[in-house]
Design a protein around this ligand. Structure first.
Ligand code: ATP
Length: 241
C-alpha cells in the first residue's frame, strides 16, 4: 500500500538533452513535478513540447541528463539496468497510442507474457489474473482471440489489461485514445478512470484531446520543455456514452 503522504513521483530540476559530444539540444529545461498516490492527471501541450520525452524519463526508459527523479521514494539516479527494470516492473504500467500487442498470441497471452518474461514461465495465477483483467476491461469472451480478431478499441482494452497485470502504482499513458473514434475514446477513458477510483492507481495521461483532459483532476501543461501551468481541475461529468 502506497504511503498516501509521500509523493509517488517526484522530479526535481529534471533536464534532458539529446545529441552528441559536440552538439546538445536540451528538450526538458528543469522540470519540477510531484504526483501523489491516486492522482489522475493530464499532461498536455503542443506537439514537440517534450511530453513523450518527459514520460519516457519518468518511465525509466530514458535517463535524464541532470536533476532528480524519485519513484515511490526511491532515487533512480545511479541505478543499474537490472535495478531500473525491477523498479519499473514493481511500480509502473505503460499504455501507448499504438498498443504493440503481439499478433501471434491470444489476448490472454498478451496480458501475461510481460509478467512471465520476468519469471521465465507462466504460473496458473498469472493466467487467472490475465483472465480476470480481461473480464475487467469487458473482454471476458475474447481472451482466446488474437489481436487481428479484435477492434481497435478492444485491442486497446487488452493493452490496458496488460498494463495492469503487475499491479502498477503509476500508469503512464501516452495518447491512449489517440487512434480511436470519439465514442471508443470515451469508453477507454472511462475505464482508466474506473481503475483509478477502484484501485487508487495513479495515472499520468498525455492527451491532445481537451475534452479528455477536462475529465482529469489535474492539468499539467508543458510548453517548450517547461511546465507553464499546473492546476487542479474539477472534472466535467462525462457525456453519456
Ligand atoms: N531521440 C531523440 N533524439 C533527438 N531529439 C529528440 C529525440 N526524441 C525527441 N526529440 C525531440 O524532442 C522534442 C520533443 O519531442 P517529444 O516527442 O517529447 O514531444 P511531444 O510533446 O511528445 O510531441 P507530440 O505531441 O508531437 O508527440 C522534439 O523537438 C523532438 O524532435
Amino acid at each position: 500500500m502506497a504511503d498516501p503522504t509521500r509523493p509517488l513521483l517526484e522530479l526535481r530540476a529534471l533536464r534532458k538533452s539529446y545529441g552528441n559530444a559536440e552538439v546538445q539540444t536540451e528538450i526538458l529545461h528543469g522540470i519540477d513535478l510531484r504526483l501523489m498516490p491516486g492522482e489522475f492527471a493530464a499532461l498536455i501541450g503542443p506537439s514537440g513540447s517534450g511530453k513523450s520525452t518527459l514520460l519516457n524519463c519518468i518511465g525509466l526508459l530514458e535517463g535524464a541528463s541532470s536533476g532528480e527523479l524519485l519513484i515511490d521514494g526511491q532515487v533512480t539516479q545511479g541505478l543499474d539496468d537490472a535495478a531500473l527494470t525491477a523498479l519499473r516492473g514493481r511500480t509502473l504500467g505503460f499504455i501507448f497510442q499504438f498498443h504493440y500487442l503481439l499478433p501471434a498470441f491470444s489476448a490472454q497471452e498478451n496480458v501475461y507474457l510481460p509478467v512471465m518474461a520476468d519469471q521465465g514461465h507462466a504460473t496458473p495465477a498469472m493466467r487467472t489474473r490475465a483472465l480476470d483483467l480481461l473480464a475487467r476491461v469487458g473482454l471476458a469472451d475474447s481472451a482466446q482471440k488474437r489481436p487481428a480478431q479484435l477492434s481497435g478499441g478492444q485491442q486497446q482494452r487488452v493493452a490496458i489489461a496488460r498494463a495492469l497485470a503487475q499491479h502498477p502504482k503509476l500508469v503512464l499513458a501516452d495518447e491512449p485514445t489517440g487512434n480511436l473514434d470519439t465514442r471508443t475514446a470515451d469508453e477507454i477513458f472511462a475505464l482508466l478512470r474506473e481503475v483509478n477510483r477502484s484501485e487508487n492507481t495513479t495515472f499520468l495521461i498525455v492527451t491532445h484531446d481537451p475534452r479528455l483532459a477536462a475529465r482529469c483532476d489535474r492539468i499539467i501543461r508543458l510548453v517548450d520543455g517547461q511546465i507553464v501551468e499546473d492546476r487542479p481541475n474539477v472534472p466535467q461529468a462525462s457525456e453519456p456514452i
